[in-house]
Design a protein around this ligand. Structure first.
Ligand SMILES: [Zn+2]
Length: 119
């Protein structure tokens, strides 16, 4: 899906990348990816990063706005999570660990991306 900027500005001459702006995965519209705009900046999200972003927005709504320090603390906690240090688990062999690793990895990449100012 592609959504335009809500402010009515035209972006016809701006090309969207076919790679996720966060993790670099290939964009797959059928899988539920999204192309849109952060302000005037074209962004592309794969289905995993999009759902992670939605989750984060949910969490932001539920709690007060996280401070940058809180984001860094969460990032540190993820990076200290020993499960991420394990060799990548195969879904067929250890599905729960594989899912946790994917989820933690995506959250880590998303938080880093947020801290970098979305570059
Ligand atoms: Zn992604």
């Amino acid at each position: 899906m592609t959504i335009g900027a809500g402010d009515g500005r035209q972006h016809d001459n701006v090309e969207h990348s076919n790679e996720c702006s966060i993790c670099g995965s290939e964009y797959d519209e059928d899988a539920g990816g999204l192309k849109g705009y952060f302000g005037i900046c074209p962004v592309t999200f794969c289905e995993w990063c999009l759902s992670s972003l939605m989750d984060m927005l949910e969490q932001l709504r539920e709690t007060d706005m996280k401070t940058e320090e809180e984001i860094r603390e969460r990032l540190e906690a993820i990076e200290e999570d020993e499960r991420l240090g394990y060799p990548p688990a195969a879904v067929q062999i250890n599905a729960p660990l594989a899912l946790i690793q994917t989820s933690l990895g995506t959250e880590r990449d998303t938080l880093k991306w947020v801290l970098s100012g979305g570059e």
